[in-house]
Design a protein around this ligand. Sequence first.
Ligand code: ASP
Length: 324
Amino acid sequence: MKKLLVVVAAAGFAWAAHAQSYPSRPITIVVPFAAGGPTDKSARDLAEALRKPLGGATVLVDNAAGAGGSIGANKVAKAAADGYTLLFHHIGMATMPTLVRNIPFKVESDFEYLGMVSDVPMTLIGRPTMPAKTYKELLTWIGQNKGKMNLGNAGVGSASHLCGLLFQNALQVDMTTVPYKGTAPAMTDLMGGQIDLLCDQTTNTSSQIEGKKVIGYAVTTSKPLTTPALRDLPTLQDMGLKGFDVTVWQGLYAPKGTPTDVQAKINAALKLALKDADFVKKQEGLGAVVVTDKRVEPAEHKLFVQAEIAKWSPVIKAAGVYAD
Ligand code: ASP
């Protein structure tokens, strides 16, 4: 009995010591999409901003891209729960369980929720050679090109997939979808004219719209945006797509079972990172809104994700836009 107590006490001490010394080696943030895309850009900026509040720790980014974000999320769900492997993900955490019939992890029980990071609107954009220069002209072009149009996305279950499905459903048109490992390679093909359309976060599209490398048609939010490159774009709602309102939020997660002290340390660092002037400036310059309210609290973020699952599930089901 005495021996058991000693063992238990030693284990408790080791656990506490672990939390106290965290982080003592590099932390990896897994991004479930390709490098250079919007999720990756936000994660890399966040990794930089987390460095100081985590005592100068090295924070690396690992792009585990593919399958609409589920490969990277699954990698973290199955990783050691020690605080050294984290997941940076987006609205797909809430839409994927309904959008995709079989995902290899459980959003609600396989992760610890560390807090929300930002809200990012989306934009509907087209290849630079597109004859339609405005949303109204795009509608005419769509009417004339039924069966010939294609639309890129970041794979089944991604935000661009969701947005593209809702757009096709609202217009009652079918486009050939071209899946990529993220919207960075989709953007390259759009700029090169290999695909016609893409719906993507402003963090990937605002500078390309501004530089006239792609054509901006509309924003997916219910209100117009104020970012200079995007403020002239109409909302899809104002263009007649009733109720169209998609904002991509982004958050930070750890494998289930990560010690609570370690989670608390990461959340405290996250709160400081979200106030880092450089991080906020970079993100807001690209149209993202960095979160500072109670959604940064892990419990609130979990409630928020649950509410998002409840919000999106009927929308996706009503639109009949599932994928296997
Ligand atoms: N924008 C992407 C999405 O559609 C992912 C990415 O490449 O960041 O979910």
